[in-house]
Ligand binder design. Structure first.
Ligand SMILES: Nc1ncnc2c1ncn2[C@@H]1O[C@H](COP(=O)(O)OP(=O)(O)OP(=O)(O)O)[C@@H](O)[C@H]1O
Ligand SMILES: [Mg+2]
Length: 357
């Protein structure tokens, strides 16, 4: 599976704990977005640095430098791009890499920008090559060459652009060609959120959605949200439904725990697929190592689904290791399933050195 497939309709969008936005997320997210830097929770370093960049630009009466936002889905890149425009008092134009097929598409957008406008280019790593090259010049010199005609008679007509701020977003900074990366004055790497930060996100959203939730209820949801505000907001909505139907609407730790149990999201944010992978690994293959294809057959999923949908989070959580000899369940995975790993996994010999990759 290539990257293009994973950003659109992946099985991830069908999971309650998937990080990619589904239809319902898209409908409600606008209402839940923080509007300025002060309201934006967490990401302290990014906020502090961005605040300096924007303040300085404002003080100089200049257009802010181009900003690259990189990070996993649902961590707040789109939100931050809108905040940048708001903080600069500038309008924002939103487009995305896949929407720009030809350099001409980009030229049309660039030439219609107003001075100081923010151009948000989502999924910037998926732009076409010719458009990318046009963007280099636009970012650096506020100029594009529009090619008129074909073959030997073709001429390049230079077109001046007003100064603008490009905000590029990518889930994969590593895929950006260095010349593009270098043209951003400021790059912000968004990290996964700490549980305490997610608790604040949940309280804030509950407030906006008019949902009553206590501190333990918010902590319970935060702990299952996989470090991602989008997932926290989604779980909050499902728990709210449960609280309305089965209780008095008030979210407590018990209500949150039972509700998320109904949706098969466990205490650590693993869902059915995640647990199936760990269970197969441990119960059928003694903890591994086992090849990806075999593991996929054992859980009745495509190889790609296991590799791209389930594994990243399991690896991040230290529950699964990818080793040269195959997938291995870590002692933490055994513990998570309430099982005791055999001696050779807990001890210093045998499988233990598999974790040194
Ligand atoms: N720091 C934050 N504080 C409060 N809410 C946040 C924060 N970051 C993200 N959110 C919420 O999470 C949701 C998803 O954020 P956003 O759409 O900005 O993510 P994204 O990084 O653009 O994701 P994608 O890669 O899928 O485009 C939004 O509804 C937003 O309100
Ligand atoms: Mg986005």
């Amino acid at each position: 599976m290539n990257w293009d497939d994973t950003t659109d309709a992946t099985p991830d969008t069908e999971r309650l704990v998937g990080s990619v936005a589904d239809r319902e997320d898209q409908a409600v997210e606008a209402a839940l977005r923080p509007k300025d830097l002060g309201e934006f929770i967490g990401q302290e370093k990014v906020r502090e640095q961005l605040d300096l960049v924007l303040r300085a630009a404002r003080a100089r009466g200049a257009t802010a430098d181009h900003v690259l936002l990189s990070g996993a889905p649902g961590l707040g890149k789109t939100t931050l791009s809108m905040i940048i425009a708001a903080e600069m008092g500038a309008p924002i134009r939103i487009t995305s890499g896949p929407a720009i097929q030809h350099a001409g598409d980009l030229a049309a957008i660039l030439s219609s920008l107003q001075e100081g406008e923010v151009l948000f280019l989502d999924e910037i790593h998926r732009m076409s090559r010719p458009a990318e090259e046009m963007l280099y010049m636009a970012m650096e010199d506020y100029r594009v060459d529009v090619i008129v005609g074909k073959g030997p008679g073709a001429t390049a007509i230079p077109l001046e652009l007003p100064p603008f701020t490009l905000v590029g977003a990518t889930t994969r900074a590593g895929l950006l060609p260095p010349p593009l990366r270098d043209r951003f004055g400021f790059t912000a790497h968004m990290e996964f959120y700490e549980p305490a930060e997610l608790e604040r996100v949940i309280h804030r959203s509950a407030n906006l959605l008019d949902v009553e939730i206590d501190a333990q209820g918010a902590a319970e949801i935060a702990g299952r949200s996989r470090g991602t505000p989008r997932i926290a907001n989604r779980l909050l909505r499902r728990v709210r439904d449960y609280a309305q139907v089965k209780a008095d609407g008030h979210i407590t730790r018990d209500i949150a725990g039972v509700a998320l149990g109904v949706y098969e999201v466990d205490g650590r944010g693993l869902d059915r697929l995640d647990r199936a992978v760990l269970e197969a690994l441990i119960k059928l293959f003694g903890g591994g190592p086992v090849g990806l294809s075999t593991l996929a057959v054992a859980v009745g999923e495509e190889r790609e689904t296991v590799e791209e949908v389930a594994e990243p989070f399991l690896v991040r959580e230290g529950l699964l290791a990818r080793t040269p000899r195959g997938r291995v369940a870590t002692p933490a995975a055994w513990a998570h399933l309430g099982l005791t790993p055999p001696q050779q996994i807990r001890g210093t010999s045998g499988q233990q050195d598999l974790f040194r990759t």
